[in-house]
Design a binder for this molecule. Structure first.
Ligand code: SF4
Ligand code: MSK
Length: 656
């Protein structure tokens, strides 16, 4: 019997558009992935191309145990061992991921300072409460000073975090005290955001750091500079500037595109331009302009993490996640895709050339050959956004007849900042994580999982995310999500309150129904994984669940990861005490020592460790087993056992 071909996606809109792309003769990521198989030596971290004596390949022998003599000979030309090569590769991935988030954070501080200094009239402080809270956290004087005066001090202080050479990042102090001590003891408390990244690039250069444990220590330091530095700065200041998210109803999937309106998609990661475009698209003058071109209106939709940003704050619908970016163009109904930085496939321009769609790059750091470049000027933010929007509208009359918009779209509720979770669970007047902690202690909620990260064309699109998350909530694990993971689950209908009744276990469902929240909470973009760190810290501080993040019955996962940012995120979760499982493949398999160090020895050092498991059900089992281990250590496993017994009984009854 012929082997059954793995499905490309579990999402019908995606499947339909892949079919249309084939009919239209358009080459997309799914086809390119068939033509290019991943290099197995690179995939396991056994290829070094750091100098011109190589590239050197040192793959792990397959199908037989390696003798110590053979192992000794498995080196590059310079003598670098498989351990050094794998650790350098892994650590460089962290550097790239931390740099991406750090540079995003820096741009946010720049915009924040422009606004505070009155040099960008279109950006202003929106969340005064959060501004003042941050001022208190950073020791910035409030007195009777204006918001802008306070904001200037905050902005300048946080800008220094990037170039700081010694000391510790300021936000480390937000972590539980025990966690801070662990970082100091292990020598991984980051000094400055840029410094840690640069030091990785130096230490992984040919002939520098050749001790895998020492290399990974620096990787941890840079990753912490991402999570508790660059990413956290970005989230905090974006909230102050654009508003802290609160629950908002919206829709997701390619079905949000409209036949008779100007469709434009904003794709990438940084929210500045998207914020302006969201406002510009509602401007009566722009709507009139669209009508003058024959359209009924303007329809803005998001893609990837920019989508999450404007969804969280404005309820702007999402067209899709990472693997749907080209497919949105294949509908034939998109006038333009406006992009900034990160996760933007170069293949977009080739796909767009088969339709009328314009690809508009807007950031000087990210140009794409074949795209139109219209730089976004933050000093004249609204004028700049309107100029881009006009160009988008001008393209509407060029839309061809080959249009097919899938009907699929799903409702979702997003906007769960860690502050919102606080209010929802604790009530407006006594906001606290105590009710969440109590429901964990009494066993209704078994634990909490952070499920994050990308899509990866090497696995069935969205399948691993959705299967994993369904299994977790079925077992009473409350799931917090960001990035493309959140979008996958939203498309599957897991981000509405009704999903609790349909998919969640009895205990979790009872809490969700009482509070009116979905069993899977959308916390925002990749950068907002810092919200998960803050939520975990708040749970520790509220008491009853130990005195460190590593004591919590919690686990993390990136089931369909592809980006280097995911490795940095995973590393800072692990170094913050979270057991974290990745799917798809694991980039240090070429060295057993390095892999064992990350998967086992890390637990002793950091209380959290990595794991790899591509099967989503087994991944869920690993996470649940870890959660149960933590419940046992806290002495709260007994309450849970009773509830489990009830559920098992119920299932048996249902099966009859
Ligand atoms: Fe080969 Fe060493 Fe050069 Fe890497 S640094 S390419 S292992 S010679
Ligand atoms: S967009 S980093 S594919 S989550 Fe943040 Fe999605 Fe991963 Fe990009």
């Amino acid at each position: 019997m012929a082997e059954e071909k793995e499905a490309k996606s579990i999402d019908q809109a995606t499947v339909d558009m892949i079919e249309k792309a084939t009919q239209d003769g358009v080459r997309i990521v799914f086809e390119r992935a068939e033509a290019i198989k991943p290099c197995p030596i690179g995939a396991e971290g056994s290829c070094c191309s750091l100098c011109a004596m190589g590239p050197c390949r040192v793959p792990m022998p397959k199908g037989k145990e390696e003798t110590p003599e053979e192992k000794k000979k498995r080196t590059g030309v310079c003598g670098a061992t498989a351990e050094t090569i794998a650790a350098r590769y892994f650590t460089r991935k962290i550097a790239a991921g931390a740099a991406a988030h750090g540079d995003h954070g820096r741009r946010v501080v720049e915009a924040f300072l422009l606004a505070a200094r009155g040099e960008s009239a279109d950006f202003q402080v929106k969340d005064e409460q959060k501004l003042l809270q941050l001022a208190l956290d950073l020791g910035v004087e409030i007195g009777d000073r204006s918001n802008n005066e306070i904001a200037i001090d905050i902005g300048e202080k946080l800008m220094e975090e990037f170039g700081k050479q010694e000391g510790e990042l300021l936000f480390l102090k937000r972590a539980p005290l025990k966690r801070q001590e662990i970082w100091r003891k292990q020598g991984v408390a980051p000094r400055g955001i840029d410094r840690e990244v640069v030091e990785i690039m130096h230490r992984t250069h040919m002939g520098v750091d050749q001790d895998y444990q020492n290399l990974l220590r620096q990787g941890t330091r840079a990753a912490l500079a991402d999570g508790w530095g660059g990413s956290m700065i970005a989230t905090e200041l974006q909230d102050i500037l654009f508003g802290t998210p609160a629950p908002v109803l919206s829709q997701i999937n390619l079905g949000v595109l409209k036949e008779d309106e100007v469709n434009f998609i904003i794709h990438g990661h940084e929210p500045h331009l998207a914020e302006m475009l969201a406002v510009a698209a509602q401007d009566p003058e722009m709507i009139e302009y669209a009508k003058s071109k024959g359209a009924k209106g303007i329809n803005l939709a998001g893609m990837c993490c920019t989508a999450n940003e404007i969804l969280m704050r404005h309820g702007v619908p999402i067209a899709g996640n990472f693997l749907q970016q080209e497919l949105a163009i294949v509908t034939g109904a998109v006038e333009a895709m406006v992009v900034d930085v990160q996760c933007i496939m170069q293949g977009l321009t080739e796909v767009a050339s088969c339709y009328h769609t314009k690809i508009i790059t807007t950031d000087p750091r990210a140009r794409i050959e074949g795209a139109t470049h219209m730089e976004f000027d933050e000093r004249n933010a609204m004028a700049s956004a309107k100029a881009i929007l006009r160009a988008v509208i001008d393209n509407y009359p060029n839309r061809g007849k080959n249009v097919r918009i899938p009907s699929h779209k799903t409702d979702l509720i997003a906007g769960f900042s860690h502050e919102t979770i606080n209010y929802l669970l604790g009530g407006l007047f006594r906001a606290s994580y105590r009710p969440l902690n109590e429901n964990i202690i009494n066993g209704r909620i078994r634990g909490v999982a952070g499920v994050v990260g990308c899509n990866n064309v090497r696995v069935t699109h969205d399948d691993i995310h959705v299967t994993l998350v369904k299994e977790l909530i079925k077992n009473d694990v409350l799931v917090l999500e960001t990035g493309c993971a959140a979008m996958a689950c939203a498309k599957a209908g897991l981000m509405v309150p009704e999903a609790a009744k349909e998919y969640a276990g009895e205990g979790l469902a009872s809490v969700c129904e009482a509070v009116g929240i979905p069993p899977v909470l959308h916390l925002g973009a990749c950068i907002d994984n810092s919200r998960i760190l803050m939520a975990a810290t708040a749970m520790v501080k509220d008491g009853g669940l130990g005195d460190d993040i590593s004591d919590l019955p919690a686990a993390g996962a990136a089931p369909e990861w592809m980006s280097e940012k995911a490795i940095s995120i995973g590393e800072y979760f692990v170094a913050s005490g979270v057991y974290t499982v990745f799917g798809v493949n694991w980039p240090t398999i070429g060295s057993k020592e390095v892999t064992d160090y990350l998967f086992k020895d890390y637990e002793e050092k950091y209380g959290g460790m990595w794991a790899f498991e591509p099967d989503p059900l087994k991944m869920a089992q690993l996470m649940i087993a870890h959660i149960d281990k933590k419940r046992k250590a806290l002495g709260i496993d007994k309450a849970r056992e009773r509830i489990l017994y009830d559920m098992a009984m119920r299932r048996e009854l249902e099966a009859v």
